[in-house]
Design a protein around this ligand. Sequence first.
Ligand code: NDP
Length: 387
Amino acid sequence: MKNISILGATGSIGQNTLDLISRERDKFKVIGLTGDNNIELLAESAIKFKADVVATANDSKFHDLKDLLSEHKIEVCAGINGLLEVASRQAEWVMSAIVGSAGLQPGLRALEAGANLALANKESMVAAGPIMKKMSEAKGVKLIPVDSEHSAISQVIRGEERNSLSKIIITASGGAFRHLTKDELVDVTPKQASKHPNWSMGKRITIDSASLFNKALEVIEAKEFFDFKESEIEVLIHPQSLVHAIACFCDGGMKAHIGPPDMRHAIAYALYEEKRFKLTLEDVDLAEVGMLNFEKPDLNKYPALKLGFDVVRQGGLAGAAFNAAKEEALDNFLALKLSFLGMADVVRATMEELLSKNMLSSKVELEAVMDIDLQARSIAKTFVNKF
Ligand code: NDP
């Protein structure tokens, strides 16, 4: 039996992970689950899966969560210390599925405690890839990609020699607004941006998919996971969301990973540590699909993507700053204080200011990452009213 924990258990990835666990209950023991505001779902999941310990990130929900679990022998904790407590418990495998930079410390703690970490929380790799990798190496544990593109990359390069690889292509659906022109994006709302044509995901990543900020994060994540240079990563718009990554080799050969747009494939590949598990999900019927289309993204319409490539080139603390500025911009878009297109303007202006002050070149260490995160958010705030 494998001991597992899920950080961000109440979210889309967390619940999909529990769905997979429920198919083979005798193979897994759930140690800990965490959530934030949705304590009802957290309690329900903890009871159903007989978790030992749960934590809500929200301190003010501690007593309500305790009440919901009063008839069960499940330990309850709260706040960042609660999350770290759950992440520290002895688990062999931990899913890191908190959204945003809040996932960094708990994920890192799980690695430190000796768990193999399945990483959906791309933000921790973007902000602190070298720290995550160093910890996994020091502890001799695996860092397993869960993002569908990165899971696909790991599958297409498996067994290949690194120096035979000339380029990797990751795909983007184009999100909610792929049929709109840049001019038509001026007035779009968070509600419109929250509807993804192919994937069912949390709200923030769905909006990031419409702006291609999500793809920008994934470009940086690809660099951190697999040590690609900027020139070795390409993004293509692929509206069907069936091809997730393509490896291009020096002899002209290409290997593509095709799978349905259902995160349970990538999660299962991570859960079974790169072994195949029979999933009763709908297969892709290629004859019915008929055509797979690819096109180059319009960087004028999707300025966020260019910013992501800039970060890959800049290195250092650029990833942490970019992610923090992006989170601040997204918060303001959600609060109707910033337009959809204004998000990229705010992030670009923030990055330019940090670069001009030479604030991104320090070594990637946890304290420096946390510090630049705060600085980037505070600078981004000052630009919100200007765009
Ligand atoms: P959701 O918004 O659906 O879930 C987020 C989870 O994080 C919830 O459990 C939420 O708790 C918790 N959470 C939110 N804020 C905090 C906080 N400040 N501290 C601690 N916990 C918090 O997100 P997704 O499941 O869609 O995404 C999770 C991660 O996986 C993201 O990094 C995303 O980029 C990545 N990812 C997601 C994919 C998808 O298909 N959904 C695909 C690839 C990557 P609560 O709900 O209780 O408030």
